[in-house]
Design a protein. Structure first.
Length: 86
């Protein structure tokens, strides 16, 4: 697939053909990753942003193998959790 720059922005040249499902997959992954970044990894809040149920979002995250652990925890919280788990 070739990208063409126009005055309206970058557009795809479909003369070579395109796999619709691959493009939909890329688009969904991009939207989900953006929503997770914006909500610091909260799937419930990301689902609200995307207008879907959190169970649907969770299913898509699993099926696309999207990794997002949220914001890094402070050392105090991490230490507290490791002590609690011992």
């Amino acid at each position: 697939m070739v990208l063409i720059d126009t005055m309206q922005g970058t557009r795809r040249n479909f003369t070579q053909g395109v796999n619709f499902y691959d493009e939909v997959r890329r688009f969904e992954i991009s939207l989900i990753e953006q929503a997770l970044r914006q909500t610091n990894g909260s799937q419930v809040r990301a689902a609200v942003l995307l207008g879907m149920k959190h169970t649907t979002l969770n299913s898509k995250i699993k099926s696309y193998s999207i990794c997002h652990n949220g914001p890094p925890r402070s050392n105090t919280v991490a230490r507290s959790l490791s002590i609690a788990n011992e």
